[in-house]
Design a protein around this ligand. Structure first.
Ligand code: SF4
Length: 412
């Protein structure tokens, strides 16, 4: 198979579509079900992996990510079975990052040790808040005590663990968030995903918000929250490598930070799997509602594949046809270009000419009108280098608007 150089590696995303309860802000493909037949699900995951292995050729697996839903509800035999099947079908890179999203209830935290033993090497926990009132408002199943105990249990088994927090919550003050974030950092994590609360259509929060049952911080305050978040994380040595993702990595720690981590060689704790999405790498999504962006067989066009969302319908289709595909489309060069810009400019490192050349065999000067880009640079909205275009740190809050302007600078 003739593949663009960047696609000779492959990442695999496994979607587990079940949760104990539906959080009021969540618009992910998650379902609350009793009596799930996990043996049938294991057979279906295996079958779908086999189906796609025949079409991908012998590519090296760089990252695997179990997302959801709540993958920490998966029985160990299910996670183990899927990992064994992936190893049997492809070659795993010796440094393959294998992440799993976990919720911090005590029953799930009790599984962390076993998850580490079967090969999970990165844990990403949905902590969301460190106080009980806000956890209750967010509809979470865990208490702050459980969250802290889960973080401590994760520390024992995982050197690489991350957690998510949601901020800019109703009535939250900047000083409350500052205290909470500093407490979070003190747990010693090297990666944090920090999201502002947003209201998505179709969620319970959407109707409550329409009924004015709660208010969100005004735009100016939301931007103050973001600035404060960036400042606190930066003071602690974290780099903002994507709009909402912060990690310790070699260039994130400045010499001015007096940090014991500086005394040893600093590892890169950015999430490799998410970098694959943002840098236009190939990934295969397995499970109900999963998405793929992938070159298959000898096809020169990248494909966008969506799996059936409803878990039972997905299961049935896999049993009958080998894969629960809902839609498969070839991505046109224009669509791919926009996707790469949209995803790449979310990153601190921006978009790189080399990655574009791998897909399109073209230089930046064949793709962008540099005069238009330089105008954006003069307005302080972009940094334009010969081989790299990125959004300056101070303008990250305007990312969506700037991306639109960059797309207006396309000449092909
Ligand atoms: S646990 Fe996560 S996936 Fe499940 S409903 Fe809550 S936010 Fe959504």
């Amino acid at each position: 198979m003739k593949l663009p150089i960047v696609q000779q590696n492959l990442s695999i995303y496994i979607h587990y579509p079940f949760c104990k309860a539906k959080c009021p802000y969540c618009d992910f493909n998650s379902h609350v079900r009793e009596g799930i037949n996990h043996e049938s699900f294991l057979r279906a995951y295996e079958k779908e992996l086999e189906f796609f292995a025949q079409k991908t050729g012998s590519r090296k697996i760089k990252t695997i990510f179990f997302g959801g839903g709540t993958p920490s509800l998966m029985p160990i035999f299910l996670v183990d079975g899927i990992l064994k099947k992936i190893s049997a079908l492809w070659n795993l890179d010796e440094n393959c990052e294998i992440s799993l999203e976990a919720n911090p209830t005590s029953s799930e935290a009790n599984k962390f040790k076993d998850l580490r033993a079967i090969g999970i090497n990165r844990l990403s926990m949905g902590i969301q808040a460190l106080n009980d009132d806000d956890l209750k408002f967010l509809g979470r199943e865990h208490s702050s005590k459980e969250a802290i105990s889960a973080i401590e249990m994760a520390q024992k088994s995982f050197e690489n663990f991350s957690f998510d927090l949601i901020y800019a919550r109703p009535k939250q003050r900047l000083e409350d968030w500052s205290d909470e974030l500093k407490r979070a950092i003190n747990f010693g994590t090297k990666h944090l995903s920090l999201y502002q609360l947003t209201i998505e259509k179709g969620t319970k929060f959407f109707s409550l918000y329409q009924q004015k049952k709660f208010e969100l911080p005004e735009e100016n305050l939301a931007s103050d929250f973001y600035e404060l978040t960036n400042q606190i994380t930066s003071d602690a040595g974290f780099g903002l490598y994507e709009i909402s993702n912060y990690a310790i990595y070699p260039s994130s720690l400045t010499r001015s930070v007096e940090d014991p981590r500086m005394t040893s060689v600093v590892k890169d704790y950015r999430c490799k799997h998410n970098l694959v999405y943002w840098q236009g790498g190939d990934y295969l999504g397995i499970g109900a509602g999963a998405h793929s962006r992938i070159y298959l067989n000898d096809d020169e066009k990248r494909q966008a594949i969506t799996m059936l969302h409803e878990p039972t319908a997905w299961l049935k289709k896999v049993e009958e046809q080998g894969a629960g595909i809902q839609k498969i489309e070839k991505i046109s060069a224009d669509e791919l270009l926009e996707e790469l810009i949209l995803m790449g400019l979310r990153l601190e490192s921006g978009i790189e000419e080399e990655k574009f050349r791998a897909h399109f065999l073209k230089n930046f000067s064949d793709i962008f009108d540099f005069q238009k880009l330089q105008k954006l640079e003069a307005q302080g909205l972009l940094n334009v280098e010969k081989n790299r275009i990125k959004i300056p740190h101070s303008q990250r809050i305007l990312t969506d608007a700037i991306i639109k302007k960059v797309c207006d600078s396309l000449i092909c």
